[in-house]
Design a protein around this ligand. Structure first.
Ligand code: GTP
Ligand code: SPV
Ligand code: MN
Length: 627
């Protein structure tokens, strides 16, 4: 059987042999666990089984360790603050270690896999000393999917185990499938904080040195130094996007950073939509939107990741490989996202880097219009709305938000009150429309429709968005983010775009989803949002369905078909017509200013950009010249 790496340390009697029977017979898995234990030297190895008793033990331990605070406002819920240096994905420390540098493409950091393994093997050497090594067998997607998409994460923090139990299907059933010969992904994680004998632990162990490495050729992940979100819960971005995108390229399907929703019209007709927006640009909100337009219903299928495969009917069917939500907390409130609030209210939730209220609840900016009079902020400091203490002296927290901008709630998806029943179907749902979107203050209209699949791929390939707090680095800088996958591509970006075109060529054009582009974030001169967003986005969804069914009108512009104000259902909303017109406007001067940026972007991607997309860019330039 294949081995993922060569252990640097060979002992006559592996330590794991003393640790009792393992709940698997799979020789490759047993050897991998033994090799990792041999290298990382944990005090003990625990096989995670997914039981209720295990959850109680894990959360008790996390409370004892001071990592979790048990909340009184919600049942079985916990608040956790991370190390202030470990609050988001680290894109500059994320690597695609393909054997050939070319396959990582110009958008990914690349290190030769042999060199990366040598570097990281040295880091893992003894990195779990004083800790427990957990073996977490999990499944991304349905247990009955063909094939089941299995993984095993080895980690040395209870926080990751608890979060993986919410975000993925964890349990011994994965080991039964592995024992039956199903393939699985090796996902190795250590926070890189060994404890000397007798040394006290910190609530959030991590290391300043961080590596989030992917070996797409052998479907393996090595993560070191961070305990946070996408860096550490390896089923999510590392497996379900970076590794899965490489698998999907090889097998002819799509692994995408997309929400999936089920939309029912007042006439009872059902359409399923998938939407790709960059991190912290509105997927969770759209996925469980409470429509303001009478008669429309939205049900949730997924809020972050979609796997799309062709069904026997020649359509693309999407399923959500995740089992929970890892949602952005700030901005989530009863007014903006009541369904997320209802999900959280059921408990069984881990909140990370939110503020703590004096009565054992949580708070973040945007949860309520007015903050409570006193909070413990995400750095565990006193926080008040005016930044002063009872004696009027300034607090250390003065001027900073109470919750980190990338603070998150981690909640079982089953608690979403509008979860669609089809969530439980292994084949997923047929997709009628794909939405691309980003966060742009200018230029990009509220919604537009692509002319055809190739134009839609061009729109996706050139998504632009202002950066957010979901990754470390500057916030608010416009960057291109193809299909919202820039940080999540497991291979060359141009090859990825070619793969999208080949998906379009693999079925009859009529069976393909129609492609749209949306921007909820266009601003006026004073910085205010032109479009009210959130539940009102249902009006845009209704227009999209109108386009699918051939009932909604549009104006043909140089960038695509855009609704005129009269094409949108605006019943029950009091919207300034000038602001609506500004939200929908296609300004040729603004778009001409984009052209050099688009050319620069394709130049940066290099020669693998498909000619058909270069042709789309030339055609756009021509249309703008004419206009
Ligand atoms: P990731 O989990 O990082 O992938 O993010 P996401 O795409 O799921 O984004 P999410 O729905 O969590 O929204 C991110 C931020 O954008 C939150 O602060 C939301 O309140 C805000 N937001 C979402 N939808 C809208 C909208 O329609 N209009 C405005 N103005 N803000 C929105
Ligand atoms: C994102 O950044 O797109 C997220 C959060 O969904 S994380 O899991 O940290 O990647
Ligand atoms: Mn995301």
């Amino acid at each position: 059987p294949e081995r993922s790496w060569t252990p640097v340390r060979v002992t006559a009697r592996p330590r794991w042999a003393t640790l009792g029977p393992a709940p698997t017979h799979d020789p490759a898995l047993l050897r991998w666990v033994a090799e990792v234990a041999d290298l990382t030297r944990p005090d003990r190895v625990v096989w995670v089984d997914g039981s209720d008793r295990e959850w109680a033990e894990l959360t008790d331990r996390l409370v004892e360790a001071g990592t979790f605070t048990r909340l009184t406002a919600y049942p079985d819920s916990y608040r956790c603050v991370s190390d202030p240096g470990d609050v988001a994905r680290v894109e500059d420390r994320t690597f695609i270690c393909s054997p050939d540098r070319r396959d990582a493409g110009p958008t990914n950091n690349w290190v030769d896999p042999v060199a990366m393994k040598a570097t990281m093997t040295a880091l893992y050497d003894g990195s779990m000393r004083g800790r427990t090594m957990f073996v977490v067998p999990f499944c991304m997607g349905h247990w009955d999917a063909q094939p089941p998409m299995l993984g095993v994460e080895i980690t040395d923090t209870e926080y990751v185990v608890a979060s993986m139990r919410i975000m993925t299907r964890v349990g011994l059933r994965a080991l039964e499938l592995i024992d039956g010969g199903a393939p699985w992904v090796k996902a190795l994680h250590s926070v890189g904080a060994p404890l000397a004998p007798g040394e006290a632990d910190v609530p959030w162990p991590c290391n300043e040195v961080k590596y989030i490495s992917h070996f797409p050729a052998e479907r393996a992940i090595w993560s070191y130094g961070s305990g946070y979100g996408g860096n550490a819960l390896l089923g999510k971005k590392c497996y379900a996007l970076r590794i899965a995108s490489a698998i999907a390229r090889d097998e002819g399907w799509l692994a995408e950073h997309m929400l999936i929703l089920k939309l029912t019209s007042p006439q009872g007709r059902v359409h399923h939509l998938a939407a790709a927006f960059p991190s912290a640009c509105g997927k969770t909100n759209l996925a469980m939107l409470a429509p303001t337009v009478p008669g429309w219903t939205v049900e949730t299928l997924g809020d972050d990741i979609a796997w799309m495969r062709f069904g026997p009917d020649g359509r693309l069917w999407a399923s959500n490989p995740e089992y929970g939500l890892f949602g952005v907390a700030p901005g989530t409130g009863w007014r903006t996202n009541p369904n997320a609030m209802r999900a959280i209210a059921q408990g069984h939730t881990v909140f990370t880097n939110v503020a703590l209220t004096d009565d054992g609840g949580v708070w973040w900016e945007g949860m309520t219009d007015e903050p409570p009079a006193h909070l413990t902020d995400w750095r565990d400091r006193d926080w008040t709305p005016d930044g002063t203490d009872a004696d009027g002296r300034p607090l250390d927290s003065a001027g900073s938000p109470a919750a980190h901008p990338n603070s998150r709630f981690c909640t079982p998806i089953r608690q979403v009150p509008v979860l669609a029943p089809e969530y439980d179907s292994p084949e997923g749902v047929p997709i009628s429309a794909i939405l691309f979107g980003g966060r742009r203050r200018t230029t990009v209209p509220l919604v537009l429709q692509a002319r055809d699949w190739t134009h839609g791929v061009f729109l996706g390939a050139t998504i632009s968005s202002e950066t957010t707090a979901a990754a470390t680095g500057q916030v608010g800088v416009v960057r291109r983010d193809p299909m919202a996958m820039l940080p999540f591509l497991g291979y060359d970006a141009g090859d990825y775009l070619a793969h999208w075109l080949s998906i379009g060529a693999a079925t009859a054009p009529d069976l393909l989803p129609r492609v749209f582009h949306v921007n909820w974030f266009r601003r006026d001169a004073d910085g205010g949002f032109l479009w009210p967003g959130f539940g009102e986005n249902a009006r845009v969804l209704a227009w999209i369905v109108g386009r699918l069914e051939g009932t909604a009108g549009a104006v043909d512009t140089a960038v695509g078909a855009v609704p005129g104000p009269a094409d949108l259902d605006l019943t029950g909303i009091d919207l300034d017509p000038d602001r609506l017109a500004a939200a929908l406007a296609v300004d040729h001067d603004e778009w001409r200013a984009e052209l050099p940026l688009l050319r620069e972007w394709f130049d940066r991607l290099g020669p693998s950009v498909p000619a058909a997309l270069q042709q789309q860019l030339r055609a756009l330039a021509d249309r703008l010249e004419d206009g």
